[in-house]
Design a protein around this ligand. Structure first.
Ligand code: OAD
Length: 257
């Protein structure tokens, strides 16, 4: 059940039904109801004393590879144990009900793909991808063991050049993957509706996408239980959680999530 304003849901459902392309832009809040802590929530236990901005950089990895690799290995373990919630299934249902849906996510947890979404652009990479630090040679994810407990883990070495293996995520100060960015920007400029779910709108360039959509004439819908940097830009605000609002929209479109 949801206490979201039914008028807003009807308005959004109507626009979704008319749109040729819908973009679902998601951030850390999308995964909250699957029990995945956000970037900053994640710092519990052994990691509580560490600043995430100091772990998520190439410099930090060069200085303390086992600490940074261990932190990501632990996050990957948490994510693997999580199950996509009803909001994820609702995004998959939208793909069935509408002509084209593109998911653009800042999350590195891979839950959209696991839930079954087919067009997913991962702007910040994935915890399930690895490559070597110096040459970017890919490294098989299954060759990275799950840690038994949270703590430092020595990164494996690249089989081709010996360079340490790093997580395939975007760190602070790094460029976003070019192909994904181009595709996401193009979809934002072309979509009829953009659902912006669970993002604070603070981290650029991802936070630029709703602005592009709005300027191009799309209906921008914020799905977030709290106000964010993007609230004033949104055409419609749905104050509620991803797990409540997205299934409610699908129900209005006549589908079961
Ligand atoms: P944030 O953690 O900055 O913001 C999470 C947002 O989700 C907040 O606006 C919450 O109000 C909202 N939220 C919480 N629970 C929710 C729920 N159940 N349903 C819907 N919304 C909910 O996350 P992001 O905006 O994704 O970047 O920014 C995180 C980025 O900052 C990460 O991708 C990471 C970090 O720096 C990099 O590592 C490059």
């Amino acid at each position: 059940m949801t206490d979201i304003d039914p008028g807003s849901l009807d308005r959004v459902a109507g626009a979704l039904a008319r749109a040729r392309l819908v973009v679902v832009a998601t951030g850390a809040g999308m995964s909250r109801e699957s029990g995945i802590p956000t970037f900053r929530d994640a710092l519990t236990g052994l990691w509580a004393r560490l600043d995430p901005e100091e772990l998520a950089t190439a410099d930090a990895f060069r200085r303390a590879p086992a600490r940074v690799f261990g932190w990501y290995a632990w996050r990957r373990k948490v994510v693997r144990a999580a199950v996509p919630h009803a909001g994820y299934d609702a995004v998959v249902a939208l793909e069935r009900l509408l002509p084209q849906v593109v998911v653009v996510t800042q999350n590195v947890d891979g839950l959209h793909r696991r839930a079954g979404s087919r067009q997913v652009l991962e702007l910040h990479g994935s915890l399930e991808r690895f490559r070597c630090l110096d040459a970017g040679h890919p490294f098989p994810a299954e060759a990275v063991a799950e840690p038994v407990e949270d703590g430092p883990v020595d990164p494996p070495a690249c089989a081709r050049c010996g360079s340490p293996i790093r997580p395939g995520v975007v760190w602070f100060g790094e460029m976003l993957p070019e192909w994904e960015v181009t595709a996401a920007w193009e979809a934002a400029a072309r979509c009829g509706v953009m659902l912006v779910v669970g993002t604070s709108g603070l981290v650029h360039p991802a936070a630029t996408l709703p602005r592009i959509a709005r300027e191009a004439g799309a209906m921008v819908v914020e799905v977030n239980p709290e106000p964010s940097e993007l609230s004033s830009l949104a055409t419609v605000v749905c104050r509620g959680s991803a797990g409540a609002v997205l299934p409610a929209l699908v129900a209005r479109l006549g589908g079961a999530a």
